[in-house]
Design a protein around this ligand. Structure first.
Ligand code: HEC
Length: 151
């Protein structure tokens, strides 16, 4: 009996530890090979996207449609902000998603300029987010490791 009373908490502890051990999830995203500097550049653009969405949400909450349009317009054209040498490395699917996302940002800007209510503008913002997550589910940036120097 005493052994059993010890066994149960031990089993619970074991399952808790098991639940907290990170499982090795497969990464099925397509790698895009870039240099470290290129990766830094594109990730900085990405963080700007997040800042921009944050500001758009604040403007929507305040029904400030002018603010929405001012924020949304320049956010779209990601590709225009990247150097040609980097654009050449991007797969067609990536480029298409970036172009479609830009159009979704421009539609949001137009809605806001035309005095839209908050709900349709919010729906359009959700549409933009489908491009963020669609691309994140599909691609990752990889910096190839430099070959080890021979001794
Ligand atoms: C066309 C493809 C594409 C689109 C569209 C896209 N992203 Fe990304 N984003 C990426 C890739 C690729 C990475 C790097 C993922 C990796 O290497 O693990 C990334 C990384 C990020 C990161 C991490 C930055 C860091 O410093 O590590 C953030 C934040 C981010 N994206 C936000 C966004 C937001 C918000 C949107 C939508 C407004 C968006 N992205 C749209 C491709 C995209």
């Amino acid at each position: 009996m005493q052994r059993l009373s010890l066994a149960i908490p031990l089993m619970c502890l074991a399952s808790l530890v098991h639940a907290q051990t990170p499982r090795a999830l497969p990464d099925n995203r397509e790698p895009i090979l870039v240099s470290k500097a290129e990766r830094n550049l594109v990730l900085a653009e990405m963080r700007e996207f997040l800042h921009g969405l944050h500001n758009i949400h604040y403007s929507l909450a305040r029904k400030d449609m002018k603010g929405v349009s001012i924020m949304a317009k320049p956010m779209g054209p990601l590709l225009e902000r990247l150097p040609g040498s980097l654009k050449e490395k991007l797969p067609e699917g990536f480029t298409e998603l970036a172009i479609a996302q830009n159009e979704a940002f421009q539609s949001l800007a137009r809605l806001a300029e035309n005095g839209s209510d908050v709900a349709p503008a919010l729906e359009q913002t959700a549409e933009i987010l489908t491009y963020c997550s669609g691309c994140h589910d599909t691609y990752r940036f990889d910096v190839p490791l430099a070959p080890k120097p021979r001794r």
